[in-house]
Design a protein around this ligand. Structure first.
Ligand code: 13P
Ligand code: SF4
Length: 365
C-alpha cells in the first residue's frame, strides 16, 4: 500500500518548542534507524538533536562509517550529496530542507569548469599538467569531473596536504570554487602569490594570458563565501589595539589578509578545539559563522575564556539556517510514517566518479 507523505505546511505553524518535542518523539520511535549528522553552523535548536557534529571532513568520514538506514543531514546540499556518495547503496541521505544550498558551491558549475579545461587546453595539455582540485563545497558533478581527470577533493582541514598530493602528480593545480582556501593553502606550501592567478569564469580564457597560465602554479577559481568575506583586517587591528594579549583565529575561507593577520587558521572543528584547549582566561576573536561563535562563547565562558565574533554585523550562513526544527520534525515524522522525503540521490555514474575523488582525499588525509 502506498503511504501518502505528510505535508509540510502544518509544521510551519509549530512553535520551536512544539517542534522540538515532536523531533524527540520521532527519534525515539526511529531509534538507531536514523542518524542525525549536524554541521557546526546549525542553529542551536537543531544542533541540540545531533548524534554527531563536525566539520565537513569529519562528517564525510562518519557518514561513510554509519550503519543507520537514514542519514539525516543537518547541513547544506553538498554535504548530503557526500553522505549519499560515501554511504552504502541501501542507505538513504536526507536534507530536511532542499533549499539549504551553499552560495559558494554555486559559483562553479560543470559547464564552466569544462569550458575552463577546454580553454586551458589551448595553452597546455591539462590532463598532463593540471590537477583539478575541488573544495568539498561543490556539486557532485564537479567532484566527478575531478575523479575523471586525475583530480581530488579537499576540505578546509586538509587543503595543504591535498595540494602536496596534487603537485606530486602534475605541475599545476586548478582549484575551485574557493579562491581564498586555495590561495592560503598554496601560500602555506611556499608558493609565491604571483604564481597563483585568478580564473574569472565569465571571461574568455578566464581573463588570463597564455603566459600567465604557463607561469602559474595554482589557477584559482573566482569564488568566495559571502559569509567569510565580511571579516576584515581592520576588525582584527581594532581588537589587537584594545586587547594586545588577545588571540585571533579564522576559517581559511576568509581573505588572505585576514588569514595572514590571524594567530591560527582552521576548519570549524579545529577552531572549536583550539579555543577549548587554550588556557583559562584567554580572549579570542573568531572569524567564522555566528552560530558556531555564539555556541563556543557560551561553552567556554565558565573557564573565564572570552570569545568574540570578528564582524560588527550579523554573519550567518542563511542557507544553513534553512534547516529549522519544523523541517526536521516534518522529515522525521515522515520516516516514522514510512515515507522518505527530501532524499538526496546522486546519479550512479556521477557518484562513481565523485567517489574516486573523495576516496583519494580520504586516503591522502
Ligand atoms: P568546515 O569544513 O570547516 O566545517 O567548513 C565548511 C564550510 O562550509 C565553512 O563555510
Ligand atoms: Fe557555503 Fe559559506 Fe555557508 Fe559555508 S558559510 S556553507 S561556504 S555559504
Amino acid at each position: 500500500m502506498q503511504v501518502v507523505p505528510i505535508q509540510f505546511e502544518p509544521f510551519n505553524a509549530l512553535s520551536d518548542q512544539a517542534a522540538a518535542a515532536r523531533i524527540t518523539a520521532a527519534r525515539q520511535v526511529l531509534g538507531k534507524r536514523a542518524v542525525l549528522l549536524c554541521h557546526h553552523y546549525q542553529r542551536a535548536d537543531v544542533y541540540a538533536h545531533a548524534d554527531i557534529t563536525g566539520d565537513s571532513l569529519k562528517l564525510s568520514r562518519l557518514a561513510a562509517q554509519s550503519d543507520a538506514e537514514f542519514i539525516v543531514f543537518c547541513g547544506v546540499h553538498f554535504m548530503a550529496e557526500v553522505a549519499d556518495i560515501l554511504s552504502r547503496p541501501e542507505q538513504i541521505a536526507i536534507l530536511p530542507d532542499l533549499a539549504a544550498g551553499c552560495s559558494m558551491a554555486d559559483m562553479a558549475s560543470l559547464a564552466k569548469v569544462e569550458r575552463c579545461w577546454r580553454e586551458l587546453a589551448t595553452v597546455l595539455d591539462p590532463d598532463e599538467h593540471v590537477t583539478p582540485v575541488t573544495y568539498i563545497n561543490s556539486a557532485a558533478d564537479l567532484k566527478a569531473f575531478c575523479g575523471e581527470h586525475g583530480g581530488i577533493v579537499c576540505t578546509s582541514s586538509n587543503a595543504t596536504k591535498i595540494l602536496e598530493w596534487s603537485f606530486a602528480r602534475r605541475d599545476k593545480v586548478l582549484f575551485f570554487p574557493d579562491q581564498h582556501l586555495g590561495r592560503w593553502s598554496g601560500h602555506r606550501m611556499g608558493i609565491p602569490l604571483e604564481q597563483m592567478v585568478i580564473w574569472t569564469p565569465d571571461l574568455e580564457m578566464g581573463g588570463l594570458t597564455a603566459e600567465q597560465i604557463r607561469n602559474a602554479k595554482i589557477i584559482l577559481w573566482h569564488g568566495f563565501c559571502s559569509v567569510h568575506q565580511m571579516f576584515q583586517p581592520a576588525q582584527i587591528a581594532k581588537f589587537r589595539a584594545r586587547y594586545p594579549d588577545g588571540k585571533v583565529i579564522s576559517h581559511p575561507e576568509c581573505s588572505f589578509e585576514v588569514c595572514a593577520q590571524s594567530d591560527a587558521i582552521g576548519s570549524t572543528e579545529t577552531i572549536i578545539r583550539v579555543v577549548k584547549e587554550s588556557p583559562p582566561g584567554t580572549r579570542w576573536l573568531v572569524g567564522t559563522e555566528l552560530n558556531l561563535v555564539d555556541r563556543l562563547a557560551n561553552e567556554v565562558k565558565s573557564e573565564g575564556k572570552i570569545v568574540q565574533f570578528m564582524a560588527d554585523t550579523v554573519c550567518m550562513c542563511s542557507t544553513m539556517q534553512r534547516i529549522d526544527p519544523q523541517h526536521l520534525a516534518w522529515t522525521l515524522e515522515n520516516l516514522v510514517a514510512g515515507n522518505v522525503v527530501n532524499q538526496i540521490k546522486v546519479p550512479e555514474h556521477e557518484a562513481k566518479l565523485a567517489k574516486i575523488a573523495l576516496e583519494r582525499m580520504l586516503a591522502a588525509s
